[in-house]
Design a protein around this ligand. Structure first.
Ligand code: ADP
Ligand code: MG
Length: 454
């Protein structure tokens, strides 16, 4: 530990006695170490814009006062998200043998750190995954990765496993999808072969559980998983979990488990921006065993602009384009590519416009319910008479369509990710305590459903 880490630990210890356990766990627990020191500032990387704003608004003064108290020289703390730090660490990638596609423990050898393209949307997740892979069990346990579908959670998780095996082929890494775990547990009950189950799940060094949200509702499986989790955790074995949502938002998963997930480090993966998507296309193109290795920039841009929210779809589009142009012996132009992608784009347009109508509809049902205009609902007025309905509409859209916070922000006069996130969290919390609010939201949702059935 360097001096600044020591200072930070001291401050953390003090904060722990000052704040409630909830706040401490949620806000400070993940911030185990400092990132760098420059110009009298100690930098600490926080997992999200939301946490950053929260610290800056509520706790920064206190932290800096403590820093003054504990440190002789003047020093201040700065909390930043990973994307605000300029990439500086160059990562070592070990030589590996790619001839085997599948490796021990169900790992797919093609998912590695070197072919994971890093950008703002996944930088922090990537760095933390690298750290965990470098020192399993020692950095963050569990590592909890969440994000929307097709954004690289499975890839990153398996990259951790592959990296660990590259360092030490004797390590026992087990990758399992949550439904695979449910199945194994069901078989265990049928055959009562506890030894087999334990041999598979306990005698390992690293456990990777993909798509934990699938365990929602499977109570008995969750209890068994809870036991396993504690067993491995106590033994200091690394656990990595992925999910489509933060642990606190998981549905029908016992809090005993979700609170365990939160003791480690949570990282999220967001939608990549255009530049990042173009870079992904370029890297995929370079690794494709096709004759085409060069696609004009405007064509890449066209593909990247058409597939925004899902990297799997983006890859699919590229494959389709390559195949189409090769088999028909065509040049890569925006026109030919447009032709090649037309069937995909057509279905996308259909579902996009359906969804857009639905977002509009939610907004108008909410504004009707509260007797305000649609303009005021999405506008900038800060009166509580507008704010509550605005927040409710954001919350319902997130709940129903689970689209990125940023996209929701764009439906409400270009508000940013953290504003929408805070609004959704607020409503979610308030609903637990405020019966009148719950009745209002339930009524609105019923109206929306009634409309959708027409
Ligand atoms: P998720 O598990 O989040 O649904 P996956 O990990 O299955 O997503 O990723 C979908 C596809 O996109 C995979 O083929 C994966 O290799 C690719 N992919 C995702 N993120 C990246 C990235 N940052 N760089 C390169 N490929 C990526
Ligand atoms: Mg996945």
């Amino acid at each position: 530990m360097n001096t600044y880490d020591v200072l930070w630990q001291r401050i953390l210890a003090e904060l722990e006695t000052t704040f409630s356990e909830d706040i401490f766990q949620e806000v400070f627990e993940p911030l185990k170490s400092t990132h760098k020191y420059a110009n009298d500032h100690v930098y600490v990387i926080v997992p999200s814009e939301f946490i950053k704003n929260r610290i800056n608004r509520l706790y920064l003064g206190k932290i800096n006062t403590l820093a003054q108290k504990f440190n002789q020289a003047p020093i201040r703390f700065k909390f930043v998200t990973a994307s605000e730090m300029i990439p500086e660490e160059t990562l070592i990638s070990p030589e590996r043998n790619l001839s085997l596609k599948y490796r021990p423990g169900n790992l797919n050898a093609t998912y590695t750190f070197d072919n994971f393209v890093v950008g703002k949307s996944n930088m922090f997740a990537f760095r933390m995954a690298m750290k965990v892979a470098d020192q399993p069990g020692a950095v963050a346990n569990p590592l909890y990765i969440f994000g929307d579908v097709g954004l690289g959670k499975t890839h990153l998780m398996q990259a951790i496993g592959n990296y660990i095996l590259d360092q030490d082929i004797n390590k026992k890494v087990l990758y399992v999808k949550a439904d695979g775990f449910i199945e194994d547990f069901a078989n265990l009950l049928k055959k009562e072969r506890m030894e087999d189950f334990n041999a598979k799940y306990r005698e390992i060094d690293v456990l990777l559980v993909d798509d934990i949200q699938i365990m929602g509702g499977a109570t008995k499986t969750q209890m068994e998983f809870f036991k396993l989790f504690d067993y491995l955790y106590q033994a200091n074995k690394q656990i990595v979990i992925t999910s489509d949502k933060p642990a606190s938002e998981l549905k029908n998963i016992m809090t005993r488990l979700t609170s365990r997930f939160e003791v480690g480090l949570t990282v999220d993966i967001q939608v990549p921006d255009l530049e990042h998507r173009i870079e992904i296309l370029k890297r995929k193109l370079a690794s494709e065993s096709s004759d085409i290795h060069d696609i004009p920039n405007n064509v890449l841009e066209f593909i990247a602009s058409s597939f925004v929210t899902n990297i799997r779809e983006l890859e699919g589009a590229l494959k389709r384009v390559l195949f189409y142009c090769l088999t028909n012996n065509l040049d890569m132009t925006v026109e030919t590519v447009n032709e090649a992608l037309e069937p995909l784009l057509k279905t996308k347009r259909k579902s996009d416009s359906l969804n857009e109508n639905n977002y509009d509809r939610i907004q108008s049902i909410v504004s009707d319910f509260y007797g305000i205009t649609l303009d005021d609902l999405v506008g900038k007025k800060r009166h509580s008479k507008y704010i509550l309905p605005r927040h409710i509409a954001m919350y319902i859209i997130k709940l129903r369509y689970n689209i990125p916070y940023k996209t929701i922000g764009s439906l409400f006069g270009d508000r940013d990710h953290s504003t929408v996130l805070a609004a959704c969290e607020k409503i979610d919390n308030d609903l637990k305590q405020d019966a009148a609010l719950k009745i209002a939201v339930d009524t609105i949702i019923k109206k929306i459903d009634a409309f959708n059935r027409k």
